[in-house]
Design a binder for this molecule. Structure first.
Ligand SMILES: CC(C)(COP(=O)(O)OP(=O)(O)OC[C@H]1O[C@@H](n2cnc3c(N)ncnc32)[C@H](O)[C@@H]1OP(=O)(O)O)[C@@H](O)C(=O)NCCC(=O)NCCS
Length: 165
């Protein structure tokens, strides 16, 4: 069984290796990265998942959230989210996101966006941003720009550019 805890400095090397493995060298070229450069992930919303005990214990998942301004609404961008290939499909990704979204709501955040596959993120309540409603700081497939309200009605105030805070 896996467990989820907050990221700590000693996890950094394993997280970087997981992200390189999951996204390849192109990960720094993604448009979402424009919102991370010069920005800082919210420490209370940075998670790792581990599997195993003692010497067998391995980091198997990682998730961060980044502060951003979502068309006038202060919110968060979810990602990157990655799980080691050997244990994908066992709920690590969904459980890390549920934990993060619950904690973000408790912290008072009202709206979350991400760029990803709707068929997956619908499982934790994300839906598509209507085309043209919000713009990212670079090209994204409009079908992959998703949002989730943590506070009902928050999306109704979000129009225009998604920027760093
Ligand atoms: C995407 C990723 C994080 C999912 O993590 P995971 O721990 O395997 O996901 P979970 O086990 O929590 O969820 C699995 C469920 O989601 C489904 N799923 C996973 N990826 C999916 C996708 N792209 N589209 C639709 N469904 C997907 C699985 O079929 C499974 O469904 P089920 O519960 O009905 O059987 C993982 O596959 C990964 O690290 N991929 C590479 C990096 C990546 O693409 N990250 C997301 C960037 S947007």
């Amino acid at each position: 069984m896996f467990d989820i805890e907050h990221q700590r400095p000693e996890h950094e090397a394993d997280i970087e290796a997981l992200l390189d493995l999951s996204f390849g060298p192109g990960r720094y070229a993604k448009t979402a990265q424009r919102l991370r450069e010069g920005n800082t992930a919210v420490p209370e919303l940075a998670y790792v998942a581990h599997l195993g005990e003692g010497a067998e214990r391995r980091l198997v998942g990682s998730l961060t959230f980044w502060p951003c301004n979502i068309g006038g609404v202060p919110g968060l961008m979810l990602g990157p989210l990655a799980v080691v290939p050997a244990i994908r499909g066992q709920g690590v990704g969904i459980n890390m996101m549920r934990r993060g979204l619950d904690d973000a709501k408790a912290m008072g955040f009202k709206l979350v966006i991400l760029v990803g596959d709707q068929n997956y993120y619908v499982k934790v309540g994300f839906g598509p941003v209507p085309p043209g409603r919000l713009t990212m700081p670079g090209p994204v497939d409009p079908a992959r720009l998703l949002f989730r309200e943590l506070d009902m009605g928050a999306f109704g105030h979000a129009y225009g550019a998604i920027t760093k805070p």
